[in-house]
Design a binder for this molecule. Structure first.
Ligand SMILES: [Zn+2]
Length: 68
């Protein structure tokens, strides 16, 4: 694909775009956010919040967030 950037005579500037057709594979890992204690999640009507603990970052529901 070429694009005409400037058309003043006598100079003409063209820019070429090259689109590569290489497929880029992105590996992602998604897990459902669930409470570390009771395994309840958003579909159970609980909010899930991450909290820094001595075991690392853990997820807690609204019941267990303040209890831990
Ligand atoms: Zn919980």
């Amino acid at each position: 694909m070429s694009q005409l950037l400037e058309s003043k005579i006598p100079s003409r500037i063209y820019q070429d775009f090259v689109f590569t057709k290489t497929k880029i594979v992105v590996n992602t890992l998604a897990t459902e956010a669930r409470c570390y204690v009771c395994s309840k999640g958003l579909e159970d009507g609980h909010s899930v919040t991450a909290k820094n603990t001595t075991f690392g970052k853990l997820l807690f529901c609204d019941k267990h967030y303040f209890a831990n």
